[in-house]
Design a protein around this ligand. Sequence first.
Ligand SMILES: Cc1cc2nc3c(=O)[nH]c(=O)nc-3n(C[C@H](O)[C@H](O)[C@H](O)COP(=O)(O)OP(=O)(O)OC[C@H]3O[C@@H](n4cnc5c(N)ncnc54)[C@H](O)[C@@H]3O)c2cc1C
Length: 385
Amino acid sequence: MSTNSNTHANGNASSKALIIGGGVIGCSIAYELGKAGFHCTILDKGALLQEASTAAAGMLGAQVETHHPGSFYELCRASQALYPEWVEELEQASCLSVQYIREGVLRAALTQEDEKELRSRLPWIRQAEWLETEAMLQLEPELSPFIRGGLHLPADHQVHPVWLARALRASIVRQGCRILEWTPAFSLVSAPNGRVTGVRTSEGTLESDLVILSAGAWSPALTAPLGLQLPMFPVKGQCISVKTEAPLIRSTVFTKGCYVVPKLDGSYIIGATQVEAGFDKRATTGVIADLHDRASALLPRIADSEFLGTWAGLRPGTQDGLPFLGAWEEAPGLIFATGHYRNGILLAPVTGRIIRQVVLAEKPELDLSLFEPSRARIEAAPAFT
Ligand SMILES: Cc1cc2nc3c(=O)[nH]c(=O)nc-3n(C[C@H](O)[C@H](O)[C@H](O)COP(=O)(O)OP(=O)(O)OC[C@H]3O[C@@H](n4cnc5c(N)ncnc54)[C@H](O)[C@@H]3O)c2cc1C
C-alpha cells in the first residue's frame, strides 16, 4: 500500500464521503467512517442490502474458506476476530439481533482426495483439529456415517445475513448517514488533475471529498472510463432453505460443493452453486434438486425436510480471488473496497476498519500489498494495449 498522501483521499474527520453501493461492504464502511465523524452518503442503484449481501449464508469461515496460508488468511482471521465486538456495537445501536451463533464448522471429507487436501491444511491452519468419523458423529449424530472424518473448526462462527443487514442499516441511519436508494451512479467525476471529485447520478452530480467504490459485482463499469479494467465478474450462487421438525445439527456442516448452515429459527440454509453466467440471478429448479442431493449425502435426514424457499445472488468475483482494498495512485480521491467474492460477510468489519485507516492515512495493521487496486493494471494488461 502506498504511503504517499496524494494517493490517499486526504480525508479528515469532517470530510464528506460518498459511498457507491450499499451492500454489507459499503454499509460497514459508512458505519466505520460515521464513527470517525465523516459525513457519509450511500448511493444504491436499488434498495440497500438487497444483492449478494442478503443472498449469503452468513458463515464467518476464515478457516474453512482458505486453502493456503498468507495475507488473505490473515485478513479473514483479523475480521473474524473483530466480529464479537462489531456485533455487540451493531446490536446496541440498532436494538436488533444479528443472530450471531458461536458454533463452528465441521468440514467433512467425502472422498479420499478431499481428505488429503483437508489434512494438508493442518500444519498452518489455526484453531483446527482432525476428527475421525466416529468423533464427527459424536458431535453431530445426524451426519452420514460414510464421511471420511474431517476438520473441526470451532472459530468459524456465523450470523444471519438478513438480520445483519437490518442491524447495519439501522445503525448507519442512527449515525445520520444519508441514504439515496434507487439512485444509480452513472460515472465518476474527475478534475483535470485526475482527482475524483464526485459521481454523476440519476439525481445529478454529487460532489464529495472522498468517493468509495463498493458496488460489488457491478464495480468495473465505474472504473473502466478511468482506464482501469477491474478484473472482476459476477459469480452466481443459489441457495435453498429448508426446515425440519426436530433439530438436525448445531454446527455448520460443510463439504466440497455444499454446506448446511443451521439458523436460530430452526431453518437451514443449504448452499451454494458457483456459476459464471453474467448478471443473470434467476433461481432455477434444477439447482434445488442438486443442492438437495448434495446436502442429503452429508445429512440423510434432509430428505424429510420441508422446503422453504430458494434465491440467488451475485458474488463479486475477482481474477485472483482477492478483494481490491485501498487507493489507486492514478485516481486520488477514489478508494476501492470491492471484490470480496465468497467472503464479504466475514470481511465486512475489517474492510470498514481498513478503509478508515486508508482515508485517515493511518498505518495499516495488516499487510495489504496483495489487495492493492493497482494490480488490476497488471492482470488486465492486454486490455490496455
Ligand atoms: C449464495 C451466496 C452465499 C454466500 N455466502 C457467504 C457466506 O456464508 N459468508 C460470507 O462471508 N460471504 C458469503 N457470500 C459472499 C458475500 O455475500 C459477498 O462477498 C458480499 O455480499 C459482497 O458485498 P458487497 O457489498 O461488495 O456487494 P453487494 O451486496 O452485491 O452490494 C453491492 C451494492 O452495490 C450496488 N450498486 C451496484 N452498482 C451500482 C451503481 N452503479 N450505483 C449505485 N449502486 C450500485 C448494488 O445495488 C448493491 O446493493 C455469499 C454470496 C452468495 C451469492
